[in-house]
Design a protein around this ligand. Structure first.
Ligand code: CA
Length: 229
């Protein structure tokens, strides 16, 4: 099995080198980008996970995170010196999967890296279940059930629902959803996403005015609010 590829985006050489050596000791294939510019050049390569420092000399880590999320759902762990709740929430809101506050123990970071990689692998074969089994999504057979009854969804509806449900409480913009579902974006598709969401709600929600699963975040997009079992 080829080693899993990890990109570290960090300008502080000491930190980057320590994390790299810890990860390499565990058999990972590690690349370091010490500027945002370099990260953007490398990012189109396939990485299994990205460790991203928020504070870079040239481009904000947030900007890079948003950029990656336009085309990829690779796990992203943010490194941040900021410990205020606001910044953490912001980091997760723009699509990071996790954050580690500096100074951190490299051992702990490696443990988190492994946990995220395990989760990514598992999600390819997993049954997602929410609200005590009220809603279940079988990612392999693409079957969705509500209270055990199969809900017929179109392929696009299924993809949108799965994209949201795989990452509860993360806000997705319409453009992100279009990109994830179609692989590209085109003008005017925003409204189509709204129509799909409307259909999904009619099929899976008891009360579409008070959704338990797909919530509109005004001015931002949508997020999945089901509670994982
Ligand atoms: Ca830095």
């Amino acid at each position: 099995m080829p080693a899993e590829k990890i990109l570290i985006v960090e300008d502080e050489k000491k930190i980057a080198d320590i994390v790299k050596s810890y990860l390499e000791r565990d058999g990972f294939n590690v690349t370091i980008a010490d500027t945002g510019e370099k990260a953007l050049q490398l990012i189109r390569d396939r990485f299994d996970l990205i460790i991203l420092d928020l504070k870079l000399p040239d481009i904000e880590g947030e900007t890079i995170c948003r950029y990656i999320r336009e085309f990829s759902d690779v796990p992203i762990i943010m490194l941040t010196a900021k410990s205020s709740e606001d910044e953490r929430v912001k980091g997760l809101g723009i699509g990071a999967d996790d954050y580690v506050i500096k100074p951190f123990s490299p051992r702990e970071l490696v443990a988190r890296v492994k946990a995220h990689l395990r989760r990514t692998k598992k999600s390819g074969e997993k049954m997602l279940s929410f609200n005590n089994g009220l809603l279940r999504i079988d990612t392999l057979s693409m079957e969705v059930t509500k209270k055990g009854k199969i809900i017929p969804l179109t392929t696009t509806e299924f993809k949108i629902l799965l994209s949201l449900a795989e990452r509860p409480n993360i806000i997705f913009s319409r453009v992100q959803l279009v990109t994830m579902v179609q692989g590209y974006d085109f003008e005017g598709y925003d409204r189509v996403i709204d129509a799909h969401i409307k259909n999904i709600r009619h099929k899976i929600e008891e009360d579409t005015q008070r959704p338990l699963f797909v919530k509109t975040v005004y001015g931002a997009g949508y997020k999945f609010i089901g509670i994982p079992d």
